[in-house]
Design a protein around this ligand. Structure first.
Ligand SMILES: Cc1cc2nc3c(=O)[nH]c(=O)nc-3n(C[C@H](O)[C@H](O)[C@H](O)COP(=O)(O)OP(=O)(O)OC[C@H]3O[C@@H](n4cnc5c(N)ncnc54)[C@H](O)[C@@H]3O)c2cc1C
Length: 136
């Protein structure tokens, strides 16, 4: 028979994929006590089995490789790809904060990214095709 034990925390994260772990690491880095509750036997969720590729325009990594992506260029690309689902405020928040997130993880955590010198765009015919992709 198991006994229940009460635990207190500032932030309770449900699920240990990239969404949950990113939030957990960020909260912990600000001094908050975090508990990550995972229902599976292993941490990582789908994220642990994924290819790990991500596209965040205008990161410091892309700039170091000589990729300069003006935010409006990425906005144009996403607007074209998202169609009716385009949400400008949300996309602008992604473009403004995505590079900060990559900077945070590479400078403050063990998470590091490789970056290919070139990466094919799945939709190269779209306006303002994307350039920089990174893989953790
Ligand atoms: C083979 C493969 C390759 C992929 N490659 C890429 C890629 O290259 N680039 C890309 O952007 N995306 C890729 N994806 C998609 C990407 O992996 C997912 O979109 C992403 O991992 C989702 O992250 P998440 O944190 O939202 O969810 P998850 O990683 O699935 O994490 C959710 C976690 O929550 C847990 N959970 C659920 N319910 C509860 C509960 N009630 N209580 C406690 N825990 C709970 C789950 O067990 C799981 O651990 C790939 C997916 C697959 C399958």
């Amino acid at each position: 028979m198991s006994t229940l034990q009460e635990e207190k925390c500032d932030v309770l994260i449900i699920g240990s994929g990239v969404a949950g772990m990113s939030a957990a690491i960020t909260a912990a880095s600000r001094g908050l006590k975090v508990i990550v509750a995972e229902k599976a036997s292993y941490y990582g969720g789908t994220t642990a089995r994924s290819g790990g590729w991500l596209w965040v325009p205008n990161t410091h990594l892309a700039k170091a490789y000589g990729h300069h992506e003006p935010p409006d260029q990425a906005l144009t690309y996403i607007r074209d790809q998202a169609g009716a689902g385009f949400d400008e405020a949300r996309v602008r928040a992604f473009l403004a904060n995505g590079p900060k997130a990559i900077e945070f993880f590479t400078s403050k955590t063990a998470v590091q990214f490789d970056m290919p010198l070139t990466f094919p765009d799945y939709h190269a015919e779209a306006p303002a095709p994307c350039k920089g992709a990174a893989r953790w």
